[in-house]
Design a protein around this ligand. Structure first.
Ligand SMILES: Cc1ncc(COP(=O)(O)O)c(C=O)c1O
Length: 385
C-alpha cells in the first residue's frame, strides 16, 4: 500500500513513536497527578515534558498554558465555546474545516453570535485587508486556519494577529494541518489561541491534541471533572492546564506525541516542509498528461514559487469523479488518497468543486520518492487510455 493520506493522519509513524508508546505503557502506566507513587509521578513528569516540547515548537512562553485534549476538534470547541459571549461577532473564513464551521454555525443559528465568513482570493488566501474591513464594534473572535486542508495554502496569520491585537480582539488559529510542518510562533504572530492535533504533522497517535492559551485569554472550561489535586474544591481549578484538563488524559498517546515532538524539534519543521514540497514537485513533474488535471493553483505555486503550501494536493482529473478515482487508486493500485469535501464544504464552494469535491493526495515526513512516483505511474496509466 502507498499511503498518501497524511493530511487525514500521518502513517506510518516513526518507529521511535511506536516504541515510546509501548515502552511507556509497559513501564510507567500510572495515572498522572492522581497519587504520589512512582508510576503516577513518572506519568505526570512525562506529560509535563511533552508540554515543554510543544511550547518550544510553538514559541509559547509558558508550557502550563498548553492544555492537552483529544484532537484539534476538541481544542477548537474548547476555545470557541470557552471564549464567545452572547452578542459577540465572530469572523471566520471559507477555508475552514468543519471543526470551526460547525460550532460557529450552531452558535449563529441559535442567535448567540453573529458571523462573517471571509472569502478567499484566487490564490486561496484570506486577505488581511478583508479581515480589517469586516471588523465591527462587536467583533471579539477571529477563528481561522493556518493551512487549509483543501488548498494547502499557508495563511499570513502574523498579519491577522496584528489587526486583531490593534482592535483588542482574540485570534484563534487552527494548526490542524500546519503543526509540525510549517513554522508557528504564537508570540511573534500574536496568536491568542492555537489549536493543534497530535496525530498528523506532529507524528503522534490519534486521540492527542491540545490548545495553547495566550496570556490575554481566559477560557471557560467545558469539560469539568477530576484533576488529581484540589479535590475539595467544588469547582474546576482556575489554573491552567487543570482548568481545561478534567479527567484522565491519554497518557500513552501523549508518550507517543512526546517522541513525535522530539523528532520534529531535532529535525526542524522547515526541513519537513522542504521534504514534502520536493515530493509533490516530483509527482507533478512525473505526470505525462498534466493538462488532464486541475490542481487549483497549487501545482504552479509548488513548482514555480516553491513556498506557501503544506504537502497536500487537491485535484480533479478529466473523466473520473473524485470518489471513483480514489476507489480505483485504492483497489487497482493500492494507493490511499482522500476523495470528497474533506470536511471543508465552503472551501470546495470557493474552488467550484462542491458537492463532489476533489481528490486529495498528501505526503508526510515518512513519504518517499518511490511513493509519489508510484502515484504518478498510476495516474499516468489512467490517463493513457
Ligand atoms: C485544518 C484542519 N483543522 C482541524 C482538523 C480536525 O482535526 P482532528 O480530526 O484531529 O480533530 C483537521 C483534520 O482534518 C484539519 O485538516
Amino acid at each position: 500500500m502507498i499511503y498518501l493520506d497524511n493530511a487525514a493522519t500521518s502513517y506510518p509513524k516513526p518507529e521511535a513513536v511506536y516504541r515510546a508508546i509501548e515502552d511507556f505503557a509497559r513501564a510507567s502506566g500510572g495515572n498522572p497527578g492522581r497519587a504520589g507513587h512512582r508510576l503516577a509521578v513518572e506519568a505526570e513528569a512525562m506529560i509535563d515534558d511533552t508540554r515543554r516540547l510543544a511550547a518550544r515548537l510553538f514559541g509559547a512562553p509558558r508550557p502550563e498554558r498548553i492544555a492537552f485534549c483529544l484532537n484539534a476538534t476538541d481544542a477548537l470547541n474548547m476555545a470557541i465555546k470557552g471564549v464567545v459571549r452572547p452578542g459577540d461577532h465572530v469572523i471566520t473564513s471559507v477555508l475552514e474545516h468543519n471543526s470551526i464551521n460547525r460550532p460557529l454555525n450552531r452558535l449563529e443559528r441559535d442567535g448567540v453570535i453573529t458571523l462573517t465568513r471571509l472569502p478567499a482570493t484566487g490564490d486561496h488566501l484570506i486577505d488581511p485587508d478583508s479581515l480589517a474591513r469586516a471588523w465591527t464594534a462587536r467583533t471579539r473572535l477571529v477563528a481561522v486556519t493556518h493551512a487549509s486542508n483543501v488548498t494547502g495554502t499557508i495563511q499570513p496569520v502574523g498579519a491577522y494577529g496584528r489587526i486583531v491585537r490593534e482592535r483588542d480582539g482574540l485570534l484563534l488559529v487552527d494548526a490542524g494541518q500546519s503543526a509540525g510542518v510549517a513554522a508557528i510562533d504564537v508570540g511573534a504572530d500574536l496568536i491568542d489561541l492555537l489549536a493543534f492535533t497530535g496525530h498528523k504533522g506532529l507524528l503522534g497517535p490519534t486521540g492527542t491534541g491540545g490548545l495553547v492559551v495566550g496570556e490575554r485569554v481566559e477560557v471557560a472550561p467545558w469539560r469539568e471533572g477530576g484533576t488529581g489535586g484540589d479535590s475539595a474544591d467544588p469547582l474546576q481549578p482556575a489554573e491552567l492546564p487543570w482548568r481545561l484538563e478534567g479527567g484522565t488524559p491519554n497518557v500513552f498517546g501523549i508518550a507517543g506525541l512526546r517522541e513525535g515532538l522530539r523528532i520534529l524539534l531535532e529535525r526542524g519543521v522547515e526541513s519537513v516542509l522542504a521534504h514534502e514540497r520536493a515530493l509533490l514537485a516530483t509527482l507533478l513533474g512525473a505526470l505525462r498528461r498534466p493538462e488532464l488535471f486541475s490542481f487549483y493553483g497549487a501545482d504552479k505555486v509548488i513548482l514555480e514559487r516553491g513556498g506557501g503550501r503544506v504537502g497536500l494536493l487537491s485535484f480533479t482529473m478529466a473523466g473520473y469523479a473524485p470518489d471513483e478515482l480514489a476507489t480505483l487508486l485504492d483497489q487497482r493500485f493500492e494507493i490511499a488518497v482522500r476523495p470528497g469535501l474533506d470536511c471543508a464544504p465552503y472551501a470546495h464552494r470557493h474552488l467550484g468543486t462542491f458537492p463532489a469535491g476533489a481528490t486529495r493526495l498528501s505526503v508526510g515526513l515518512l513519504s518517499t520518492e518511490d511513493d509519489v512516483l508510484g502515484a504518478a505511474a498510476a495516474l499516468n496509466e489512467l490517463t493513457s487510455g
